[in-house]
Ligand binder design. Sequence first.
Ligand code: HEC
Length: 150
Amino acid sequence: MKKRILITAISAVMVAVATPASAQFAKPEQAISYRQASMALIGSHFGRMAPVAKKEVPFDAAAIAANVEVLSVLAQLPWAAFGAGTEGGDTKPEAWSDAAGFKKDQDDFLGAIEKLQVASKSGDFDAFRVAFGNVGKSCKTCHDAYRKEK
Ligand code: HEC
């Protein structure tokens, strides 16, 4: 009896090790909805600052810095959900066939987010506006290359 349980446990571990894409997500669809949900949140927390950058809404330095803190956490989330075997959603196959290029766009984006964090902590509007624009460019660079047209 004990031996049976042990064998079951060992085979469960082996299945987990053999299928890295399933380590965090039981099914590919779950990875796809996870990355779409985290991108949607990134879109919300990024997009809400656009009227401030365009000077349509007054610059509230503390509110911007707090929102950028949230954004910088969200910015970490989608990438683990693009593992092997999770092709699909609105992602072009190039995200997997050109994995190095896709990774570079992630790194550039995360670098731009770091600069936005520094700028927003400085409380300086122009520094914020420039850093905000650069993050926007990094979203677009990746979408143009790796996200399907809608
Ligand atoms: C390194 C690549 C990359 C970067 C950087 C990136 N995205 Fe995306 N984004 C994608 C891909 C790929 C998808 C499609 C995901 C899927 O459906 O499989 C996507 C999807 C989205 C979606 C749709 C989510 C949904 O509801 O399905 C939004 C909104 C979005 N991104 C906003 C942003 C914003 C805003 C930024 C920058 C602040 C950004 N993204 C940065 C690659 C990227």
